[in-house]
Write a protein that binds this ligand. Sequence first.
Ligand code: HEM
Ligand SMILES: *[C@@H]1O[C@H](CO)[C@@H](O)[C@H](O)[C@H]1NC(C)=O
Ligand SMILES: *[C@@H]1O[C@H](CO)[C@@H](O)[C@H](O)[C@H]1NC(C)=O
Ligand SMILES: *[C@@H]1O[C@H](CO)[C@@H](O)[C@H](O)[C@H]1NC(C)=O
Ligand SMILES: *[C@@H]1O[C@H](CO)[C@@H](O)[C@H](O)[C@H]1NC(C)=O
Ligand SMILES: *[C@@H]1O[C@H](CO)[C@@H](O)[C@H](O)[C@H]1NC(C)=O
Length: 484
Amino acid sequence: MIWIFPLLVLLYLTLTRRWRSKNEPPLDQGLIPWLGHALEFGKDVPKFINRMKLKHGNIFTVRVAGRYVTLLLDPHSYDAVINDSDSLDFSPYAQVLMRRIFNLELPLQQPAKAKAMMTRHFLGMNLSTLNSTMSRHLRSLLKSEMLHNQRNWKEEGLFNLSYGLLFKAGYLTLFGGEQNNNKPDPSKVYEEYRKFDDLLCKLARGTLKAEEKKAAQTVQTRLWELLAPAGLTDDSGSDTWLHAYRQLLQEDGVDEETQRKAMLMQLWASQGNVGPAAFWLLGYLLTNPEALVAVKREFGQLSQMEDSGTPLLDRPMNTPVFDSVLEETLRLTAAPFITREVVQDKILSMADGQEYLLRKGDRVCLFPFISPQMDPEIYREPQKFKYDRFMNKDGSVKKDFYKGGKRLKYYTMPWGAGANGCVGKQFAINAIRKFVYMLLTNYDLELCEPNAQMPEINASRYGFGMLQPEGDLLIRYKPRNTQQ
Ligand code: HEM
Ligand SMILES: *[C@@H]1O[C@H](CO)[C@@H](O)[C@H](O)[C@H]1NC(C)=O
Ligand SMILES: *[C@@H]1O[C@H](CO)[C@@H](O)[C@H](O)[C@H]1NC(C)=O
Ligand SMILES: *[C@@H]1O[C@H](CO)[C@@H](O)[C@H](O)[C@H]1NC(C)=O
Ligand SMILES: *[C@@H]1O[C@H](CO)[C@@H](O)[C@H](O)[C@H]1NC(C)=O
Ligand SMILES: *[C@@H]1O[C@H](CO)[C@@H](O)[C@H](O)[C@H]1NC(C)=O
């Protein structure tokens, strides 16, 4: 009977493997049944994808934990994926993540409705109100950081400083209304959120160890409690978006507990990326003196205008140098996956004329971090921060970048693209710009260790939006003598 065992193994391997048909992308299943490449994939995404790219080219299908994922790496062909929301649907995978990370199930049509409402809310006059509420909170939070040691340097990790301030200001703007006795302390929410943030990737991949699972449940429960009152009343004027979102959920019959879980999801979507982006930007400025000088010069001219007229912080700001610095920062540190589920068989036409069949039930994934963002054919010395990469000699925005002699439509993609692109982009840009402006014009800011280098990237966060550093970069700051 002993012969039966190897036979079963063979049968199992045969049944769980799949065979590539003629016009499908190259297939690479890895050696481990079911899991496939999951382990290598989770460890260091760019390393794995670059290895596969060398082996197979710009399109290939890999097996990852039972799923087949087709990676497309030619930016000239991205539109074919982004445009076709009929065959390539955003929501099934978004639902998987909602369940895994937030323990959340919403009615099928709910997210689309919520998104349409949110889009209206982050435009026009609504955006202008949000812009200025955000500035006000940022200013007073920065002031209160400094209250007790006015004249002395204060030392802190730049990541914690940037994340903390932008998170708390964003929380007050969108979730908290005004700070008062009935509302949870924003610092408490930040503290709990950071614990949650550290577990987020593992939650998404389903790779938590037993004790981490417990920790995740504890911190989720705390955050649900802290967020329970968010958006219930519209007393503050500033959190009307959240109030409208609550009403939408209630109209759709979503129960109270589920509403709280949805609040945590919105907290993540709106606060999870802005702070880390501001950290990288300030870090690059502090480690690239030439860039810091250029940005300070630009802000200096603006603040002179401010002294002689209306408060600048509530007007749109024209800042070409800063804009280039932000674009360059995001090129280096924004690494989201753009994932879609194939809901019906589709012929994908590549820019080079090749056609491939995508199978229903698979996923398609773009990883713009590798190309265009870190592609040496598009950007010379792509690992290097060059603050003026996105500026022409005359100071206008540089938008022409080429690959294979052809101009690129997508030369960076930190915000995603198409119908499912980021709703909060303008609000986020404004928040980061105001934060950097306030810090650089009203404070002296420097590295504690003048020759310090940027910390390494934490490799476990590739695929989840903004990257985060391993450790932190120590800085010190104090209010400027000239001001106030
Ligand atoms: C630096 C900051 C930010 C970055 C880098 C960023 C990036 C992104 C990316 C890459 C996507 C997904 C696109 C896709 O899968 O196709 C996205 C979606 C989204 N973002 Fe942002 N985001 C930022 C800030 C914000 C802020 C401040 C808000 C809200 C106030 C926000 C709200 C959203 C929402 C609601 C979606 C989902 C869109 C949908 O359901 O189709 N984001 N963002
Ligand atoms: C995708 O849509 C955009 C705008 O709707 C259009 O300009 C572009 O040609 C389309 N591209 C493809 C490959 O379908
Ligand atoms: C602001 O948002 C609300 C709620 O979605 C919307 O009804 C209104 O039209 C928006 N106002 C403006 C001026 O865009
Ligand atoms: C809000 O900020 C964004 C980004 O800086 C800017 O484009 C927009 O003009 C501002 N909106 C208003 C109405 O001030
Ligand atoms: C991080 O920032 C918070 C305030 O935002 C502060 O309370 C905390 O002490 C900081 N942690 C570290 C390690 O600096
Ligand atoms: C890297 O990120 C993971 C997930 O966010 C976190 O658990 C881990 O502590 C981070 N490592 C370092 C060295 O910061």
